[in-house]
Design a protein around this ligand. Structure first.
Ligand code: CA
Length: 223
């Protein structure tokens, strides 16, 4: 169950509706007090608004961390609350999103957080493509691909998503470690994706790296 702590009722209801449609069970609470009570329901993940009517969301975060070091918490915050946002990360949030954010982006981040514990995987097979993390090699039908370190990072990251879409924002942050809304890495991402796609196709085989128009990339067999 995903717990949405958000005092904007229109937002929290539409969030829960979207999450339910995506197959998650969801509960909304609208205050710090209700959030504390809802911990008894043992949520799997918390989406936490920082500005609550009866206190700071950071207090909720601390309460959550006292109970569990592992429970994923994604903070949502207004752009103006930059300092509280940084405070949120140092208080143990796993991720944050600046309002207004796209629902698809939030969904992608939720999936990543929920998959966190499965992320010990070091080898992936996608059709005839094999990616081996310890040796940092990738091959198709046994033929090793000649990838740059950055291209390999991109490929391994895509593989770790198990066929889920990586948004440009996720790629920018995970591969290029650029966490700014000011700098657009779109061209850089496109160039690397296009080179990687070319190298993946060098020995033939079905296309594996697909562009999702306006969103990002996905690595999978078939469209
Ligand atoms: Ca609020």
């Amino acid at each position: 169950m995903i717990l949405v702590v958000e005092d904007d009722r229109t937002l929290s209801e539409s969030l829960c509706k979207g999450l339910s449609e995506a197959g998650y069970s969801c509960r909304t609470v609208h205050s710090r007090k209700e959030a504390a009570d809802a911990m008894e329901l043992l949520p799997d993940l918390i989406i936490l608004d920082l500005g609550l009517p009866d206190g700071d969301g950071i207090a909720v975060l601390k309460m959550v961390r006292n109970r569990s070091a592992e429970l994923p918490v994604i903070i949502t915050t207004a752009r103006s609350e930059l300092s509280s946002r940084l405070k949120g990360l140092s208080s143990g949030a796993d991720d944050y999103m600046v309002k207004p954010y796209s629902f698809d982006e939030l969904l992608a981040r939720i999936r990543i957080q929920l998959r966190h514990f499965e992320r010990t995987q070091t080898r992936w097979e996608i059709g005839d493509l094999v990616i081996d993390l310890p040796s940092r090699t990738a091959s198709r039908s046994g033929q090793v691909l000649d990838l740059t370190p950055r291209e390999f990072d991109l490929l391994a990251y895509m593989a770790s998503l198990h066929g889920e879409v990586a948004t440009r924002q996720m790629l920018q942050e995970s591969i290029w470690k650029v966490r700014s809304n000011m700098t657009s890495m779109d061209n850089v991402i496109d160039v690397h994706a296009s080179r990687l796609r070319q190298k993946l196709g060098e020995f033939g085989g079905v296309p594996l790296l697909h562009t999702v128009r306006g969103v990002g990339l996905v690595l999978k067999e078939g469209k």
